[in-house]
Write a protein that binds this ligand. Structure first.
Ligand code: HEM
Length: 395
């Protein structure tokens, strides 16, 4: 394993960073400098690890969170889970959330919310057959409505004032989280606002669970913790899911043979459904090829895989989860691994299964070719929206 050291005098490597193609840039660095590369963003040192062995060691026992000003403010001084450093508070919060919010039983209870949201999108697309549909917007709306639904039992129409306000708050929170480049890495800047949102509750949604916990064991959770955890769900659970849906559809549009194979697989397994009946969460278990396609779309690290540039879902067939552990880490790894992974994966699979089952897809005539340019940010989003034409399958 090579160890590289690469830093500029004042801005560090900030000016060299290729925001539009972050992966290609980082991949180049790891080829040039090895499994561990030292970088600087402004005044902040960054260790980029692309060796599976070192990543495993770090993620299992070393990782924490640096105290970043914007994130501390938005998380009520780190009383949340995602931005808390590794400490007894984080361990207790993580334990509580794993037990109450992300338990398999709880995730099962969210099922009607995700199914209703996917059904809403499919219904909308049916009403717009053969017309360009902005899948990036639709995926974002689907993901945010799913989280609003499981968090406080309410979903919204896209043009509803309250939804626009909530979406704006989540986007602002995400932008502020990333604004640590300004406020922390360049300490002369930085004034911040604290977001607080009025929430309503309905039965068995997440806010209801937390209020129940508060009623039954008042010392187990504070009001700030409740607000901070809700913020975590909104910020961590919306655009991640949307981005995964968009990138998978993008990858399939670039490999129409694999798109067709996936559609044939889904349509064959699920059989004919009439009257707008949807593929349900139960049926996802019977779709291993779709799971492999999603895994392949989430696979990033080019250094570890055979034919890394090729889109080959088959590499994920007939392998167990431990075979790819730390070979790809879209959900992180070790003790801070994403607790929303199962919930997120179900949403992604449910959306894609239904989109691919219900429609055939094509690029709009005279539209530019589908590209893979990315936007900078915590979550890697496609820079140009994915606009596609949905049509009814021929048979
Ligand atoms: C495709 C979907 C998703 C992806 C790719 C993703 C990815 C990640 C990653 C990379 C981390 C950081 C892990 C680390 O530091 O090692 C993380 C943490 C987290 N994610 Fe997710 N996530 C997704 C969906 C969700 C969903 C749906 C939720 C909740 C509803 C969620 C909640 C969280 C929380 C609370 C943390 C912080 C955990 C901690 O610090 O202990 N995520 N996620």
């Amino acid at each position: 394993m090579k160890i590289g050291d690469l830093q500029g005098p004042l801005l560090g490597n900030l000016l060299q960073f290729d925001n539009a193609k972050p992966l290609a840039y980082l991949q180049d660095l790891s080829h040039k400098y090895g499994g561990v590369t030292y970088l600087r963003h402004g005044s902040t040192p960054i260790l980029m690890v692309s060796s599976r062995k070192v990543a495993k060691q770090i993620l299992k026992s070393q990782d924490s969170r640096p105290p970043v000003l914007a994130q501390q403010k938005l998380s009520y001084n780190g009383v949340d889970m995602a931005f808390s450093p590794y400490n007894p508070h984080w361990r207790e919060t993580r334990r509580m959330c794993t037990l109450h919010l992300f338990s398999p039983k709880q995730i099962l209870s969210f099922r009607p919310v995700s199914e209703a949201q996917v059904s809403r999108v499919v219904y909308k697309l049916h009403a717009r057959l053969n017309q360009p549909a902005n899948l990036s917007d639709m995926a974002m709306s689907l993901a945010s409505n799913t989280i609003y639904g499981v968090a406080f039992g309410k979903t919204y129409d896209d043009d509803e004032y309250e939804k626009k306000k909530l979406d704006k708050l989540v986007l602002e929170a995400q932008a502020l989280m990333v604004s640590f480049y300004v406020s922390d890495h360049f300490k002369v800047f930085g004034s911040l606002m604290i977001i607080s949102t009025p929430f309503s509750s309905s039965e068995s949604d997440i806010i209801d669970l937390m209020l129940k916990l508060k009623r039954e064991k008042p010392d187990s959770i504070t009001w700030d913790q409740i607000k901070a955890l809700l913020m975590n769900l909104f910020v961590a659970g919306t655009d991640t899911v949307a981005a995964a849906i968009v990138w998978t559809m993008t990858a399939l549009m670039l490999r129409l043979d694999i798109m067709r194979k996936t559609q044939e697989h889904i349509r064959e397994v699920v059989g004919r459904k009439d009257n707008g009946i949807m593929i349900t969460e139960d049926e996802l278990m019977k779709l291993p090829y779709l799971k492999a396609v999603v895994m392949e779309a989430l696979r990033l690290d080019p250094g570890i895989w055979e034919d890394p540039e090729e889109f080959v879902p088959e590499r994920f067939l007939n392998v167990s989860d431990s075979d790819w552990e730390f070979k790809m880490i879209p959900f992180g790894g070790g003790r801070r691994r994403c607790p929303g992974m199962n919930m997120g994966m179900v949403s992604i699979h449910l959306a894609l299964a239904n989109l691919l089952y219900s429609f055939d897809w094509a690029g709009p005539p005279s539209a530019p070719p589908i590209d893979t340019e990315a936007l900078p940010g915590f979550t890697m989003h496609k820079k140009n929206p994915l606009i596609l034409l949905p049509t009814l399958p021929l048979s």
